[in-house]
Write a protein that binds this ligand. Structure first.
Ligand code: CUA
Length: 186
C-alpha cells in the first residue's frame, strides 16, 4: 500500500538554517529561559508558592487525626469552626473531609492537607474573584502542613483539580471566611 502523501523532493532535512529561522529559534530559546527563571523567581519574590513541611502518614492515621480535630471543633450552620489554628482537610473519592469550614480573615492557620486514597488537587478560589485561586497537590501517604491565611472575608469554592476518577467533578465544597474575631462564639 502506498501513502497518498507525496514525499518532499531531495534532502529536505539537511538545509542550513536561514536568517529568519535563526531569529525565531533564538527568540523562543530566550523566552523559555526567562520563563523558567521567572518560575524560580516567584518562589522568593512573588511569595506565590506555599511552602511547608510534609510528613509521611498512613491514610488510617490521618483519618484518626482528622476525626480528633473535628471532635474538638465547633459545628455551626456554615460548617466546622476550628478551636485553634490547626485545620485538617482530606480528599477522598469523591469528597472533602473536614469541609465546609469557617475561618477568620487575617488569621494564619496551619492547614494539614492529606488524602485517604489517591492523588487529588486542592483548588481554592474566591467566589467574588475567580482569578484569585491556588492549587495544591494532595498526595496520599503524606500530610502537608502549610501556613494558610485568607486576607478577605467571603465565600471560597474548593474544587478538586486533579482527575481522580468518575466522581472527580462532584468533588467540591466551600470555605467561609468571616471577618476577624466574629467567629468566636466560645
Ligand atoms: Cu479528587 Cu479529582
Amino acid at each position: 500500500m502506498s501513502s497518498p502523501i507525496r514525499s518532499p523532493e531531495g534532502v529536505w532535512w539537511d538545509h542550513p538554517l536561514r536568517g529568519q529561522e535563526k531569529t525565531w529559534l533564538g527568540i523562543v530559546g530566550v523566552t523559555m529561559v526567562v520563563l523558567f527563571g521567572w518560575m524560580v523567581g516567584w518562589m522568593y519574590a512573588g511569595d506565590q508558592n506555599p511552602v511547608g513541611p510534609t510528613y509521611r502518614v498512613t491514610a488510617q492515621r490521618f483519618r484518626e487525626k482528622l476525626t480528633a480535630y473535628k471532635d474538638s471543633a465547633r459545628q455551626s450552620d456554615q460548617g466546622l469552626v476550628p478551636s485553634g489554628r490547626d485545620v485538617y482537610i482530606a480528599g477522598f473519592q469523591w469528597a472533602w473531609d473536614g469541609l465546609p469550614v469557617v475561618l477568620e480573615a487575617g488569621k494564619e492557620y496551619r492547614l494539614h492537607l492529606g488524602s485517604y486514597d489517591v492523588q487529588h488537587g486542592f483548588g481554592v478560589r474566591s467566589d467574588a474573584e475567580l482569578w484569585k485561586q491556588i492549587n495544591l497537590q494532595v498526595v496520599p501517604g503524606y500530610e502537608w502542613v502549610l501556613p494558610f491565611e485568607f486576607e478577605e472575608p467571603g465565600e471560597y469554592h474548593v474544587i478538586c483539580n486533579e482527575f481522580c476518577g468518575v466522581g472527580h467533578r462532584i468533588m467540591n465544597n466551600r470555605i467561609t471566611v468571616v471577618a476577624g474575631g466574629s467567629s468566636d462564639g466560645d
